[in-house]
Design a protein around this ligand. Structure first.
Ligand code: URA
Length: 244
């Protein structure tokens, strides 16, 4: 990771203060002063601050039940950040693995481990995300087949990956997708002449939402590991969804 990030992860310094310390020559890597905050360091390196050895805190992996009217970023934009009032510390180090829109509720995974979140976000990892979708019009026939075949979204050249649709009732469905394109679920239903009225993420991979709105918990070691073990059992890059 970058030297300034390492210094933040091993001290209580903010990114700005960490940079100051680096630029003042107070940080050494393997016995040498390093003045660039961008220098890449490894956890095996011996990194010191005024002679004291620094040890980075271990990565964090959290699950949060996002309320409506919050944004998945650290800074307040038009809506408050989902971290506001959560009691989670050092939120400036964390990011959301797969953001939700401000009006979407449900399961959000949060970490400071960029490699791990890559496994969740990258479309070629085929990590399944399950959404409960409320619709303004009754679901029409053949939508499941169209989503299973992949659908072209407005302004895009490549169809969506196969998606699975389960009908709960005429205006409520469960949709499983493996990508995270911009406003994907809303745009998929717009493409078949419907409109999303409510959107709630229930599951990502093997991790299910099991806490109340606004609460958070640490992921279990098995849950963390489940995203690293994921291999595509079919041996192909295409998920084998068929219409139900
Ligand atoms: N798809 C959307 O349209 N919005 C979300 O928040 C998540 C998926």
């Amino acid at each position: 990771m970058r030297l300034d990030k390492f210094v933040c992860k091993s001290t209580t310094l903010t990114r700005e203060l960490a940079r100051e310390q680096i630029q003042q020559g107070r940080i050494q890597v393997n016995g040498r002063v390093v003045l660039s905050e961008r220098a890449q360091v490894h956890e095996n390196n011996c990194i010191t601050w005024d002679g004291s050895v620094l040890t980075a805190r271990s990565f964090r992996y959290l699950l949060l039940h996002k309320p409506a009217g919050t944004v998945c970023s650290n800074v307040d934009e038009a809506y408050p950040s989902l971290f506001n009032g959560s009691g989670i510390d050092h939120t400036e180090e964390l990011h959301v693995a797969g953001r939700l829109d401000a009006d979407t509720t449900g399961l959000v995974l949060i970490t400071d481990d960029g490699r791990w979140s890559f496994e969740i976000i990258r479309p070629d990892r085929l990590c399944e995300k399950v959404y409960r979708v409320g619709l303004s019009r009754p679901i029409s026939e053949h939508v499941a087949e169209r989503f299973a075949a992949g659908i072209l979204l407005q302004g895009e050249a490549k169809p969506t990956q196969p998606a699975k649709l389960e009908v709960v009732n005429s205006r409520e469905v469960l949709l499983t997708i493996t990508e995270g394109r911009y406003h994907q679920v809303k745009r998929m239903f717009a493409a078949v002449g419907n409109r999303v009225r409510s959107l709630h993420r229930e599951q990502i991979g093997a991790v299910r939402l099991d806490i109340c709105e606004g609460q958070w918990r640490n992921l279990t070691p098995d849950e963390i590991q489940s995203f690293c073990d994921r291999s595509n059992g079919s041996g192909t890059d295409v998920p084998a969804f068929s219409a139900v």
